[in-house]
Design a protein around this ligand. Structure first.
Ligand SMILES: *Cc1c(COP(=O)(O)O)cnc(C)c1O
Length: 433
């Protein structure tokens, strides 16, 4: 499979190039040249297949030009060694729990898949790679855990001192080995600026092989299609329409769903749940895309004012607003409404949502009402474990949230970080030392 840039369809790149470059040279996002349909036999067989079997079928067409069958199989078994349960709340309403990976958020799917692909590439080419990530939380920890102890790869995380939660900071700083956490005396924007400046520093790039692992990387996008197929395969009724609600920020998760549908997975409606940062909802309503300054909310992984995967969605539907609007129903909710939803869901279903999943639930409820979809089968993606947002969740539903064993272990380990000034020359000197 070759990959083109959303800014220029005529030039194509190999998967390796697309992964190592992250962004196309013209600033566009990489898209697969074709999205092949799964064989009918596979689609009919989804209920009988394991997550790994489904992932293999879906990954193969994108990977087989660059990797052997054995490599792809091993990669999938190793990357997805955790459960993806579909939990029923009622006979028709389900929660797809995407938080059973090592950092308790759905970003583990993309990060673990990408890490193993990068390891294979660096092994074959005998290259040393340095991955720079500026992070305000979830992404950095997923990437760090995914690349931990991988050969030929060094990960450098930059996070703003005093501006991430205790849990997030622990997840970023306990690893050691090939992962180094830099606690920057500045804001998240300072961290991002340092990373951007490093990428545009020709002198530095001559001396170090730099790569990013941010959410626009094609290797992080592809695996986000797999769990849609797996979840649909687990639904009880084969003849009822299916709606899936996705708590959305950068729209990567939703784009994964669109890929799954184009591969033939029967999904009849996508629902995009947003917080106050609802630039995409404004686009769905008006046809105009106007990026905005971010407003902080309790579902902070969706605080995005300029969602990067928007251009993939445009490309996917050939810029046809009507088609996008009919495929995706959007809705946004403020923090007060989200807190209330956490409380009500607990009362109604005895299920504890995190703030992101709660936004997804609200959007699904609104869709059902607006579109009279009571009879449909409905899946809400739950993107993070509620313990990651313990304070908000406990305040909202008056219920204590238990830390899963993994998190309890993490919290006991010692923080290892290097405190660094936000000045670029100091950062560069450190990188080269
Ligand atoms: C990143 C993230 C999201 C948003 O996903 P996108 O792919 O950026 O739309 C939602 N919930 C959680 C917990 C996340 O970490």
């Amino acid at each position: 499979m070759r990959f083109y840039s959303t800014k220029n369809r005529s030039q194509t790149f190999s998967l390796k190039e697309a992964i190592l470059q992250g962004l196309a040279p013209d600033g566009g996002l990489f898209m697969p040249e074709a999205i092949p349909r799964l064989a009918d036999q596979v689609i009919n067989n989804l209920p009988e297949m394991t997550f790994q079997e489904i992932a293999l079928q879906m990954a193969r067409p994108f990977l087989q030009q660059d990797f052997t069958e054995t490599e792809i199989e091993r990669l999938i078994t190793q990357a997805f060694d955790f459960g993806v349960p579909l939990v029923p709340l009622t006979g028709e309403l389900f929660v797809l729990e995407l938080f059973h990976g090592p950092t308790l958020a759905f970003k583990d799917f993309g990060a673990r898949f990408m890490a193993r692909l990068v390891e294979l590439i660096t092994q074959k080419e005998n290259k040393e790679l340095t991955i720079l990530v500026a992070t305000s939380g979830d992404t950095g920890s997923a990437v760090a855990h995914a690349f931990y102890n991988k050969n030929n790869v060094r990960v450098i995380l930059l996070y703003p001192s005093g501006m991430v939660s205790e849990i997030q900071e622990k997840q970023l700083t306990i690893l050691g080995a090939n992962v180094t956490a830099l606690e920057i005396e500045g804001t998240f924007d300072d961290c991002q600026r340092l990373v951007k400046q490093a990428f545009s520093d020709k002198d530095l790039r001559r001396k170090r092989n730099l790569t990013s692992a941010n959410s626009i990387n094609i290797a992080r996008l592809l695996p986000q299609a797999f769990y849609y197929a797996h979840a649909v395969g687990r639904l009880p009724f084969k003849d009822r329409p299916v709606a899936i609600s996705v708590p959305s920020g950068n729209l990567g998760n939703l784009t994964g769903g669109l890929i799954a549908r184009r591969m033939g997975v029967p999904i009849h409606q996508f629902v995009a749940g947003m917080n106050a940062n609802d630039v995409f909802l404004q686009y769905l309503t008006s046809g105009r895309f106007t990026p905005r300054i971010v407003r902080p909310t309790i579902s902070n992984a969706m605080d995005v004012g300029n969602p990067s995967n928007f251009f993939r969605i445009l490309d996917f539907f050939e810029h046809d607003h009507q088609r996008i609007k009919s495929a995706i129903y959007g809705a946004s909710f403020n923090d007060a409404r989200t807190r209330l939803a956490i409380k009500q869901a607990f009362e109604k279903y005895a299920y504890i949502f995190d703030p992101h999943g709660a936004v997804g639930l609200l959007a699904m409820e609104k869709f059902v009402q607006d579109c009279k979809a009571e009879n449909w089968q409905k899946i809400v993606l739950e993107t993070a474990h509620p313990a990651k947002f313990k304070d908000v969740v406990e305040e909202s539903c008056g219920q204590e949230v238990q830390n899963p064993p993994r998190l309890a272990e993490t919290l006991q380990k010692e923080k290892k970080a290097i405190l660094l000034d936000k000045d670029y020359s100091i950062f560069k000197e450190w990188l080269l030392s």
